[in-house]
Design a protein around this ligand. Sequence first.
Ligand code: SF4
Ligand code: SF4
Length: 391
Amino acid sequence: MSDIVAVYTQKCADYGENNIQTAIDHLLSQMGGIASLVPKNAKVFVKVNLVREMSPEKCGTTHPEVAVAICKQLLTVTPYVTVGDSCAGMYNKGMLASVYARCGMTAIEERTAAKLNQNFETGEACVNGIVLRNCEITNAFLDADVVINVTKLKTHSFTGYTGAVKNLFGLIPGMVKVEMHSRFPNLPDFCNLLVDICEFARPKIVLNVIDAVWGMDGNGPTNGKPKFMGQLLASTDPYALDAVAVSMFGDPTEMPVLQAAIKRGLLQQDLSNIRFDFKQWQSCRISDFDAPPVDHVDFFGNQPAWINRIAKRYMVKRVYPDKTCRGCGKCATHCPAKAITLVNRRAKVDQSKCIHCYCCQELCPFNAVRFRTSLLYKLARRFSGKRGKNT
Ligand code: SF4
Ligand code: SF4
């Protein structure tokens, strides 16, 4: 049975230094102050979302101003504060130097005494989850005493939404994440993997923060549109926090990763374990948020295999690189199913191999990967009332 947990929110109009610091200070004081969450002189790892090299204005990564404000708070209780992430692609000094610079994270070292993570070693950890037993995990996480999980509110082509729980997938080093997509191509299994990682990490996580001042809708998590939401959210519980965040634009109980948490008793189906005024929160609902449809390729459940084969063929969004593809090969290098080849300097997808993880869409620096859906898919969406603007 899930415990009663509180979620806190704070309106914030923009990423101005004073506005963000005031909002973070206010959020933390509602939670009893940073000293009540982080032990004195603890070694803290601030896990931000740095999915790939992109400027803060694109709204695909944790805004540096939010990270700076949290670091300033942390430095009042401990001098040992490190900020980092394992982005898509290689997990090494060269790659992260470029990501830190492009994402504006160098501001952290310029304006505070916190450090950007430079330890790219990893260790084997016993996750002991339902679908994942052992996994390679970054030492940045393993070596920390406590962890602050600071993410961005975004849509996600595969999981529908990415927030506090999904951000922890970045505790797995770069290319191992590709292997995970290959091992868990089915959405419910992948969501159970996310919950396994979250449960493994949770004993160290003392605070989760969602940066939703500007979020991302449409083709998230990297090629969507910036969306003003005007909120910062915080909780000690990542599932409750995600549930409140999703309720700004949709039904949390329909989000696959939260469904997995509900099935495992980590969140109540009626959200009654969350101490939060959902009624008042209605006024913050974003009515024109463009949420992508979520594909459940096994949604026919225990039906005969031939029905599932049809579902897998016609009831998924297919990816195809369009004419704007520049042939950089990034998608081909990272495709877990090895379904992409470069033909005449343009990416080509072998649909029979594709496992619909949408990593190529997430990684393409030129937003060249589009989705195509069948008529059957569109009709099913229409009749199930789950029609997204991207279908
Ligand atoms: S689709 Fe994007 S990532 Fe793939 S080769 Fe083309 S430009 Fe590069
Ligand atoms: S082609 Fe794209 S969606 Fe398909 S498996 Fe490869 S990375 Fe995933």
